[in-house]
Structures are given as C-alpha cells and as structure tokens.
Design a protein around this ligand. Structure first.
Ligand SMILES: C[S@@+](CC[C@H](N)C(=O)[O-])C[C@H]1O[C@@H](n2cnc3c(N)ncnc32)[C@H](O)[C@@H]1O
Length: 321
C-alpha cells in the first residue's frame, strides 16, 4: 500500500476515502485537458472469445498472429509477446489443451480472465482487489477484458472530468477538462450520451446510485435533456415542443397540440388501457402542466377521462381479485 501511495504521489495523485463511494483517486496537482493522469498495463486480461483468433494475447494487436501449438486457444503476434505471456500461459495451457472442442467453444472471456487472475495470484501470492474494465479499440469495439488495480479505484460520474482509453491492452486515463489540485478523478463507466433513465438502468450492474449533477436534475431539466437526446422535435420551427419515448408510448411534451395530436379521437380507447399506461398518460399531462405552467381545457378534459378510466380499471382489477 505504501508503494502504491508513493507511485501515485509521483503522478500527482493520492488515494482518498470519498464519502458514500469508498476509495477514490484525488489529484495533488493541477491537470489540463489531454494530460495523461495515469496509465497502466492490466494485472490480468483476456481477449473476447470472438476475438480469440484475431488478437494477440500479449498486446491485443491483430498483426501476424500464430496459434499456441499446444492449446490452440492463445494467439501471439511474435516471440516477444509469447515469451512475456509464457509464465502465466504455461499454467493454463495444459488445461486448455485438455478441453474437448465443444467445451472449448464455451470458453468466454470472463471465464478465462478469472482463471488467469487465480493463476496470477498463485504466481505472486498477492492480495488484490479490483474490478474489470472492457478493453476497447479506437472505435470503441470491445476487444477483451482487463483488471487494472489502480484505474479500478476511480469512481464514476455521468459528468466525468476524465476518460479511460486503451492503446492495445494499456489503459490510459486522460483529463477531459482542467482539473485543479484536490479534485476527485472521475470517469464514466457507461455511455454518457444517454437519458437519465437509461443511465440509471446501465449503472444497475455496479450496485450504486449515482448522485452526480445530471442524475439529480429536477423533472423539467431531466425532460429537456431527454428531449435533446431521444426526443422528436416539432416540425413547426416556431414551436419548442417535442415528443419523447417512454415505456412504449409517446407522451407529448408539446405546448398545445402535442398531447391532443396523439390522443384526440382515442378517448374511448382510453377505457381499454391498463392502469399502468393510464398512470403514464396522467404523468405526461402533469409534466405538460409543469413545462407550460398551465392546463389547457383539453388537458383538463383528458385528465377527467383518464381519472374515470383509472377508477374503472382499478374497479375491474378488484372485481377480478
Ligand atoms: C471501480 S470501483 C471504484 C473504487 C471503489 N470506490 C473502491 O473503494 O474500491 C467501483 C465501485 O465504486 C463505487 N462507486 C463508484 N462510483 C460511485 C459513485 N458515483 N457513487 C457511489 N459509489 C460509487 C461502487 O461501489 C462501485 O461498484
């Protein structure tokens, strides 16, 4: 741990305890956009199964590849990579070679990564805690998975100040904005060009709730963002209205006509709606009211019909029960 702190210090970083997030990396000097904050080879890595035959196990390049003649699973671009990987590969090679063809086809990147991690721990008899990162090429296509112990201490934000990129297997964290001394380094674990609802869904796999500025926007700001990222603008250039996709229907966030445009003429049909979709429509009208500060007569009429439909649906529901 002391070695780690010293190594971090030399790069202008320190490990810190961040309230609500566990550990995190904090700067001890200023960084400017483009600065490489930290770079690291993975502790262990494995190419994606689909790429097993098209990238080198050692450096993740795809030039002049040759298969390991024993296991026929590992590929190398030359002797240098084969030699550098041999210490670890010799431990898995025999086991991989003994797999029947049908079993070998089932071998995933994650399984191979886990095996390699255990073998590496055996080799180094080391305590380690880290999380995996998907290694991508320049076009963000996933090539494999790697465990980067220091980079794995960086927490997430949907408004990150840094970005994690890869050159073959090497992970680089670069500043994307000026970062002053004493600031936490934050990268995004997910696609940031997504609505709050989508980002929340994508973050579920990490078991935490993001409290960044984008995730704590008020309803109006969130809708504006959703409209920009996923909405359909009104064709009328004078109009700022838009339609957004939400759970399979299009609630219309449109100054006057949007909701009418979609729902007028369908009032009878409302009676066929499920309770959940009725609630979505009621919410859509409520949102309209917040966005435009008023309820049009049509919205009032529609709201009454929806409340009736909701009462009817809940009555049907309780009779069925
Ligand atoms: C790659 S690790 C980051 C380092 C971690 N904080 C630690 O102490 O080892 C990812 C984990 O950190 C925590 N984390 C990351 N970003 C967070 C955030 N914005 N808010 C709360 N927890 C966060 C979550 O527990 C997540 O599963």
């Amino acid at each position: 741990m002391e070695n780690l702190q010293r190594a971090l210090e030399s790069r202008g970083l320190a490990l810190a305890s961040i309230p609500g997030k566990g550990r995190g990396l904090v700067t001890t000097r200023d960084f400017i956009p483009g600065d490489v904050i930290i770079f690291q080879e993975p502790y262990a890595s494995a190419p994606n199964k689909v790429y097993t035959s098209s990238i080198c196990d050692g450096c993740f390049t795809s030039n002049n590849l040759r298969k390991c003649s024993v296991c026929k699973v590992a590929w190398y671009c030359g002797n240098t990579c084969q030699r550098s990987e041999w210490k670890l590969h010799q431990l898995e090679c025999k086991a991989l070679a003994s797999l029947r063809d049908d079993r070998r086809k089932l071998l995933t990147s994650t399984v191979r990564l886990m095996v390699r991690l255990i073998l590496k721990k055996q080799l180094q008899n080391e305590q380690l805690s880290c999380n995996a990162h998907t290694i991508c090429d320049d076009e963000l296509s996933p090539l494999g998975t790697g465990l980067y112990p220091v980079i794995s201490m960086i927490n997430h934000s949907c408004v990150p100040n840094s970005i994690l990129m890869f050159e073959n297997r090497m992970g680089f964290v670069r500043a994307t904005e000026p970062i002053t001394k004493g600031t936490e380094i934050l990268i995004s674990y997910i696609e940031t060009a997504a609505t709050t609802a989508t980002r929340k869904k994508d973050l579920k796999q990490y078991f935490f709730t993001c409290t960044c500025a984008r995730c704590t926007k008020n309803l109006h700001e969130e809708l504006e963002e959703t409209a920009i990222l996923e909405g359909f603008r009104c064709r009328d250039k004078q109009c700022n209205g838009f339609l957004i996709l939400a759970s399979g229907i299009y609630p219309a966030i449109h100054p006057m006509i949007g909701l009418e445009f979609y729902i007028r003429g369908k009032l009878e049909w409302l009676l066929e709606l499920t309770e959940d979709s009725i609630k979505s429509y009621i919410k859509a009208i409520e949102i309209l009211r917040i966005t435009h500060g008023t309820r049009t007569p049509f919205m009032k009429e529609l709201l009454n019909k929806l409340e009736e439909a909701r009462a009817e649906a809940s009555h049907k529901h309780s009779v069925r029960d």
